[in-house]
Ligand binder design. Structure first.
Ligand code: MRU
Length: 352
């Protein structure tokens, strides 16, 4: 396995609270915040203090422990406690609608809440232990994704990525940037082109920051530039993350990913998605069923609090788009690289 080079731990359970990097402060500040209440965690996910599909899954799991700690103080019967905690869990899962990892992690905690025969105190310990296990699993899964992905990175490649699917979108190491890290450990000549990723600028604010912290060469481009560099032969492959992948391989990721995938297809450049199996939602047949989050208009009308357009102009702000499976060269998972026909390869990954 390639060397683990990321210095970043995005989220971690500590005794009675969740400690996380505050991603709204980038790039000026790299600060940690303590989240001590269930409502605080709901808001941290909603306002994107923590973001990225796997990271918000872990945050959701922590949030349920925080709600459990609060309910413990209300002297409820075990039955009342379970009922209220299951309601709080569903509330936590609704903080953001597109990334299925949040629902997946909440479901894992709900199974414990429903099935545990323990008293309330012990049940809370079981939920904490499960949250900590999810954290450790996330890092080891990302390293596996990284190592499978590194096998398809050409020597000295320039890899284009969109948004941030890095250590800061996970507990550590990253999915798409996990592939970059594993490839870079073997070949220091590889480099990254990062799309700015309007409107929230995760590429500019987060991807360039974390790659720079790990001394991996990165060039920032604005979203409209990718075809220009592809035509010039300056991009060898594209790797992005995903927020939800349907049973047929259609993949939702940050708005603009679909445009990059079309440009890659036109220029004959391989386009990979890197994601854990927990991002695959086998309950939906195609990407048409994925709920796309609509975010605040201010994300489009303003940059750094300053207006950039005429007052009162019409705005639409979908947070994600869906890349159809025929544009995807492979889906890099902890069980290997899934190839078309995705209906078959995804089913095999879950059953094999
Ligand atoms: O809105 P965000 O910043 O949470 O969106 C993040 C992305 O779209 C990532 O690419 C995706 O969650 C994969 S993270 C490994």
């Amino acid at each position: 396995m390639a060397e683990f080079t990321s210095k970043i731990r995005t989220i971690e359970w500590v005794d009675t609270y969740s400690k996380m990097v505050d991603q709204t402060k980038f790039p000026e500040h790299f600060e940690y915040v303590k989240i001590t209440t269930g409502e605080g965690m709901f808001n941290a996910i909603k306002t994107m203090i923590v973001r990225g599909a796997p990271a918000i899954g872990i945050a959701g799991a922590h949030g349920i422990v925080l709600f459990a700690q609060e309910l413990e103080k209300q002297n409820l019967t075990k039955e009342e406690f379970v009922k209220k905690l299951l309601e709080k869990s569903d509330y936590m899962a609704s903080a953001r609608p597109t990334a299925v990892n949040l629902m997946w992690a909440v479901e894992k905690q709900k199974e414990i809440i429903k099935n545990s025969k323990s008293d309330i105190k012990t049940l809370i310990e079981e939920l904490k232990t499960n949250g900590k296990k999810m954290e450790e699993d996330d890092i080891s899964i990302n390293k596996k994704i990284g190592d499978y992905g590194a096998q398809v990175v050409p020597k000295g490649a320039t890899i284009l990525t969109h948004c941030n699917a890095g250590a800061l979108a996970t507990v550590g190491y990253g999915t798409a940037l996990g592939v970059v890290r594993s490839a870079f450990a073997k070949d220091p000549d590889i480099q990254v082109f990062a799309d700015e990723t309007r409107p929230r600028q995760q590429g500019a604010r987060i991807t360039t920051l974390e790659l720079t912290m790990d001394s991996i060469p990165v060039t920032l481009i604005t979203d409209g530039m990718c075809s220009y560099f592809m035509k010039k032969g300056m991009i060898d492959m594209v790797v992005t993350g995903a927020d939800r992948i349907a049973a047929n391989g259609d993949s939702a990721n940050k708005i603009g990913t679909y445009t990059v995938a079309i440009a890659a297809k036109y220029h004959n450049i391989p386009f990979y998605i890197a994601a854990p199996l927990s991002t695959i939602d086998t309950s939906i047949k195609s990407g048409d069923e994925i709920v796309i989050e609509e975010r605040s208009h201010e994300e489009v009308t303003h940059i750094n609090g300053k207006p950039i357009c005429a007052k009162g102009v019409n705005i639409i702000n979908p947070g994600f788009d869906v890349t159809p499976n025929e544009l995807i060269t492979g889906i890099i998972t902890e069980k290997g690289i899934l190839r078309p026909d995705y209906v078959k390869s995804i089913a095999r990954a879950f059953n094999g």
